[in-house]
Design a protein around this ligand. Structure first.
Ligand code: CP
Length: 312
């Protein structure tokens, strides 16, 4: 497989070039086929060791990285903060240095602190993948979202993509804004004013607070979960009120373009940002995102375990 990718780590979207992004998506498409086979295993990464270090809860990202490693025949080890010596006071750096002493080929880190993967990358020899750092970035989510969009729409260039909800606390929104803008899409963000970061226009997005006004213009709508775990109190009156103004229901969907794609990174709060019949309806590609996420992560493990990297 011919790969264009010159980085040691995947810490964020910012440093990636368009040809590198295209190369990751091409590899992901090839790897997706493996998961559709009866025997879902190839020897590509036999002998490699991959550590999943998750200091925050996860279903999709952690499972798909683990399955990605196993389907490529790597040895995968999962560590969560609750079952590690972090509970006894060990620091992130000490944890990582001890893991490094066991010679892993790659460490995948999810952490509540923005910049934690960048910090590790400065101190650890093994390549690092950022699996979500606080409200900062979730680069593999944005890449799998782009992969899913282009599987249906061919190219996001010139398309209008709405990202709706808790933009302020969303690493998914930030990584998607960076990636989609780089790929030539128009991004409109929408949510209550209290959940929109100040000066976000500087990232090249259009800002809206009236969901009904933007719906007819969108080719894709990405609904985001309200991240109560990252919020101070009182950023909106109630979840019911939020759903009334910013939830995507059938009535609102009927005002959208006929072939609009409905996306959500998960986990979905049904009845809040998405009505159940919309989440499960014909426009929803939420489960395609999950399937593509596994393929995309197989591609990244393959690319970063090759050892042909130059930059950080
Ligand atoms: N989209 C996403 O990151 O989901 P998890 O938190 O379940 O990994």
């Amino acid at each position: 497989m011919d790969i264009t990718f010159s980085h040691r780590n995947l810490l964020g979207i910012e440093g990636l070039r368009v040809d590198e992004i295209r190369s990751i998506l091409t590899a992901a498409k090839a790897f997706r086929e493996i998961s559709r086979r009866e025997i879902k295993k190839v020897p590509t990464l036999r002998g490699k060791t991959i550590i999943n270090l998750f200091f925050e809860p996860s279903t999709r990202t952690r499972t798909s990285f683990e399955l990605a490693a196993k389907r490529l025949s790597a040895d995968a080890v999962n560590i969560s903060s609750s079952t590690s010596s972090v509970t006894k006071g060990e620091t992130l750096l000490d944890t990582a240095r001890n893991l490094q002493a066991m010679h892993p080929n790659l460490i995948i880190l999810r952490h509540s602190r923005a910049g934690a993967p960048h910090f590790l990358a400065k101190h650890i020899d093994a390549p690092i993948i950022n699996a979500g750092d606080g409200a900062h970035e979730h680069p593999t989510q944005a890449l799998l979202d782009l992969f899913t969009m282009e599987e249906t729409l061919r190219d996001v260039k010139g398309k209008t993509i709405g990202i709706v909800g808790d933009i302020k606390h969303s690493r998914v929104a930030r990584s998607n804004i960076l990636l989609l803008s780089k790929m030539g899409a128009r991004v409109t963000i929408c949510g209550p004013p209290t959940l929109i970061p100040r000066r976000i226009e500087a990232m090249g997005v259009t800002v809206a607070t009236d969901l009904d006004a933007i719906l007819p213009s969108l080719d894709i709508i990405m609904m985001l979960r309200i991240q109560l775990e990252r919020q101070e109190r009182g950023l909106f009156p109630s979840l019911d009120e939020y759903a009334r103004f910013y939830g995507l229901n059938r009535q609102r969907l009927n005002t959208c373009k006929e072939n609009i794609l409905v996306m959500h990174p998960g986990p979905v709060n049904r009845g809040v940002e998405l009505a159940p019949d919309v989440a499960d309806g014909g426009h929803s590609v939420i489960l395609d995102q999950v399937e593509n996420g596994l393929a995309l992560r197989m591609a990244l493990l393959y690319i970063l375990c090759r050892g042909k990297h130059h930059d950080s």
